[in-house]
Design a protein around this ligand. Structure first.
Ligand code: UT7
Length: 333
């Protein structure tokens, strides 16, 4: 007799990878650039330093080494990839998409390639999209990357935002499985009516690049920080709870929480509200700042490589970003 469970496919993380630019920008250096202080940045955000890509280092240049490392970790050849999705809001250019640039660099000749724009939720949104495509039966193996070069779109004269962001890339290889719990449940949402609280208005068809648009600083991040903060805490808490409930799990079942890393006070508020102690959160915000779509895969890769996250552990990842977009994923690593 065939066991029913063996007929139900799931999607699991087969390998992880990461890439960080070398240059470290400290709070002390920011003190020389805008009217701020290390003390303010640390107490209000938790960020101490962040990585900044070289001027000639674009988002794909960070995504490619992260992708190669994830493929190696998964023992998967690039030629076997069916799908590449890059979550990013800082593509190398409007088109070709970043996923195509990665495809060509790694030799993933048969992969379908596209970018997904969901700001800080970009990686989990991409993973959810890949999961759906793998479960559709059309594809077997996917590469999902979260990569952003936020330094290219940061307003270095705005002390309310420039202290937050950093650059980096993280990647996972996803495979279909019949023997592993993999991704158990998810909860995703969006609210476009609040989009103007966090945006880059210029560079698209609404406000194409012009001398005026550059003079008006339309090509950099605009954020109503305080307002975003409140929505982030509410949406992330609700999504986290709902995903756990759908998975039939409680907070006691969660080994590690991998939150989007925007502000330590947001992470702390989620820990308090969801009821999972901070010791079970993987946090790298102090060293990397907010790397937008890369925060979750970077923290995941770090936890896996330093031995905290082990095969069989239950992970809860929760994100929130511009759009607004948000989501949570519960999975067995
Ligand atoms: O990743 C996607 C989602 N993004 C987020 O989740 C970000 C969410 N927001 C935040 O992390 C916080 O709102 C910020 C860190 C951006 C700002 O912290 P805040 O506690 O909300 O500060 P605030 O904007 O309410 O500003 C408080 C004061 C203001 O001065 P006044 O008006 O009270 O005199 C600001 O001008 O702090 C001032 N301020 C600063 N002072 C020193 C703002 N930025 C700085 C700074 N250094 N860098």
């Amino acid at each position: 007799m065939i066991d029913d469970r063996e007929k139900t496919p799931r999607v699991m993380i087969a390998g992880t990878g990461a890439y960080l630019p070398e240059r470290i920008l400290t709070n002390a250096e920011l003190e020389t650039m805008v009217d701020t202080s290390d003390e303010w940045i640390v107490t209000r955000t938790g960020v101490r330093e962040r990585r900044i890509a070289r001027p000639d280092e674009a988002t794909s240049d960070m995504a490619i080494p992260a992708a190669k490392q994830a493929l190696e970790d998964a023992g998967v050849s690039a030629a076997d990839l069916d799908l590449i999705i890059v979550g990013t809001v800082t593509p190398d250019m409007i088109f070709p998409n970043t996923a195509c640039l990665v495809q060509s660099a790694i030799g993933a000749t048969k992969a379908l390639c596209f970018d997904l724009s969901a700001a800080c939720s970009g990686f989990l949104y991409s993973m959810e999209t890949a999961r759906g495509l793998l479960l559709s039966g059309l594809y077997e193996t996917a590469l999902v990357i979260g990569a952003d070069k936020m330094s290219a779109v940061t307003d270095w004269e705005d002390r309310g935002t420039c202290i937050l962001f950093g650059d980096g890339a993280g990647a996972v290889v996803l495979k279909k499985t019949f023997t592993h719990r993999g991704i158990m449940a998810t909860s995703f949402g969006a609210d476009g009516s609040l989009g103007d609280l966090l945006m880059i208005p210029g560079g698209g068809s609404r406000c194409p690049a012009s001398h005026e648009s550059v003079e008006q600083r339309q090509h950099v991040v605009k954020m109503a920080g305080n307002n975003v903060f409140k929505h982030a805490v509410r949406c992330m808490t609700e999504a986290g709870r709902e995903a756990l409930e759908k998975a039939g799990l409680t907070i006691a079942d969660v080994d590690w929480v991998i939150p989007h890393q925007a502000n330590m006070r947001i992470v702390q508020a989620i820990s308090d509200r969801v009821g999972i102690p901070m010791e079970r959160f993987i946090v790298n915000l102090d060293r990397l700042g907010n790397t937008t779509a890369a925060t979750v895969p970077l923290a995941l890769d770090e936890g896996v490589r330093d031995g905290r996250i082990k095969r069989g552990d239950v992970l809860l990842s929760i994100v929130f970003g511009g759009g607004f977009t948000w989501g949570a994923t519960v999975l067995e690593y």
